[in-house]
Write a protein that binds this ligand. Structure first.
Ligand code: HEC
Ligand code: HEC
Ligand code: HEC
Ligand code: HEC
Ligand code: HEC
Length: 320
């Protein structure tokens, strides 16, 4: 689902045209501003004091303008979810989704570079993502988002978050942070293999293997994120004669004080494999089809689940 309105996109394009200078032009612009052949370190020292990043990093500013970090507060999904919260609880949400004085700036330059504006090594440490990507809610016993711990215990612990999420683009680190909102981004990291299990007499079964090359659980992040694998056995005319479903996500229950506590966690860490029985078929099976769907859940107040979007990450077919 695309939630960046045409206005926002137009603004990003206009921004890029109004400031043709990229990071590569930062040094030249710095010289223009001071009228001398200032070294990069003098320019950076002045810039740190001025705090106006857009003046010299126009390309990065334009990329950031199209990102979900920038939209973290204005985003329709966030606003819809915020409206479900009691008014006295909203400041907590806003402090993280829009930590800067200008709320519309969302997670802006200073949110990640504030500690040391001109030291990329500091920003690159996973600890610079930690304040927002690993946290608990007041009164809840455990972390609601824990991407940092998941990362630390994954096969990719030695690979910085930025290494995967900020690939090089036109000579600098991409600030668009293309991720969970793009099924295409998941597609390159999620691999599904489905094979027939041959065992005489038993219900038809398939062995499913899911491998996810992400540096954390799949899905990670928000407490309600989930992925669903749906498997359908079809007759020659397309009728479904048997099926099975597996959900990868977390579920939550309420404690007596109203706080939610985690009840289960079936997310994929690296790989998952299972022989899935499809049940007694109601007719002859011609093929088995499968589909892996990524759900962005807005709110889950059982038995109701409100979906913000549901996208097919990958699908396939196996002749029987
Ligand atoms: C007056 C111009 C100017 C301004 C304003 C400016 N910078 Fe820079 N910045 C530079 C120059 C010059 C470089 C080094 C050359 C390059 O990377 O293009 C640089 C490099 C950087 C780097 C890379 C440092 C490294 O370790 O390699 C970061 C991060 C950075 N700037 C962030 C910011 C942030 C955040 C702001 C706003 C608070 C900002 N800059 C404002 C001129 C500026
Ligand atoms: C969500 C965190 C985050 C936000 C928001 C962010 N940056 Fe960065 N930025 C980083 C990280 C991490 C790096 C270092 C990446 C690396 O070296 O692997 C970086 C690198 C840079 C660099 C170094 C040049 C390069 O190689 O790309 C500049 C310049 C920069 N950022 C400017 C900005 C400006 C200007 C903004 C606001 C428009 C901004 N950043 C917003 C995290 C962020
Ligand atoms: C000040 C808080 C803050 C910091 C610091 C921060 N993030 Fe985020 N990040 C957010 C929020 C809030 C969202 C959700 C935005 C939305 O979808 O509304 C987000 C979303 C993301 C996404 C998903 C984007 C998408 O398309 O769904 C990625 C990937 C991400 N952040 C990576 C990082 C990395 C890597 C760092 C550290 C270099 C970092 N973030 C630092 C708050 C932060
Ligand atoms: C080995 C590569 C890798 C590393 C390291 C990594 N990620 Fe990811 N991450 C992915 C992939 C792949 C996805 C799925 C889509 C994509 O390609 O961005 C993803 C998705 C995400 C999302 C979107 C979740 C959603 O539900 O929309 C967030 C947030 C995120 N990562 C944050 C982080 C943070 C924070 C770190 C560091 C603690 C990190 N990632 C480290 C590969 C990585
Ligand atoms: C400490 C930081 C933090 C706090 C506090 C926080 N969030 Fe988030 N939120 C994030 C991060 C990081 C993500 C991105 C992870 C992901 O996409 O799965 C996110 C994602 C979301 C999303 C998904 C956005 C999308 O586009 O899919 C919604 C909705 C949301 N938060 C609502 C809230 C609400 C409502 C509150 C208050 C009850 C809240 N958040 C409090 C950090 C925070």
């Amino acid at each position: 689902m695309k939630r960046l309105g045409p206005l926002l996109l137009a603004a990003a394009i206009a921004g890029a045209c109004a400031h043709p200078a990229g990071t590569g032009d930062a040094a030249r612009r710095g010289r223009d501003a001071t009228g001398t052949r200032a070294t990069n370190s003098t320019v950076r020292a002045t810039a740190d004091r001025r705090g106006d990043c857009a003046a010299c990093h126009a390309e990065i500013v334009a990329e950031h303008r199209g990102s979900y970090h920038r939209a973290a507060f204005t985003d329709a999904t966030f606003q819809a979810s915020l409206a479900l919260e009691a008014p006295e609880d909203r400041a907590f949400c806003v402090d993280c989704h829009a930590p800067e004085p200008d709320r519309a700036a969302g997670v802006g330059c200073a949110s990640c570079h504030g500690a040391a504006p001109h030291d990329a090594k500091v920003a690159k440490r996973p600890s610079s993502c930690a304040p927002c990507h690993e946290f608990t809610f007041d009164g809840r016993p455990e972390l609601v988002q824990k991407t940092l711990s998941e990362h630390a215990s994954s096969d990719f612990a030695a690979v910085a978050c930025a290494e995967c999420h900020m690939p090089k683009r036109a000579g600098h680190r991409d600030h668009r942070f293309v991720a969970g909102h793009s099924p295409a981004a998941w597609r390159s990291a999620v691999h599904v293999d489905v094979a027939r299990v041959v065992s005489a007499g038993a219900e038809p079964s398939v062995r499913v293997t899911l491998r996810v090359d992400a540096g954390h659980a799949f899905p990670t992040g928000d407490m309600f994120r989930r992925a669903r694998l749906m498997i359908f056995a079809e007759a020659a005319d397309g009728h479904i004669v048997a099926s099975a479903e597996r959900t990868f996500g977390r579920t939550w229950t309420s404690l007596p004080n109203g706080a939610r506590t985690q009840a289960s966690d079936t997310r994929v860490r690296g790989a998952w494999t299972e022989a899935v029985a499809l049940g007694e078929p109601s007719g002859a099976i011609a093929r088995v089809r499968w589909s892996l769907v990524f759900d962005r859940v807005l709110a889950a107040r059982p038995p109701h689940v409100a979906l913000a979007s549901s996208d097919v990450v990958t699908e396939g077919e196996l002749p029987w």
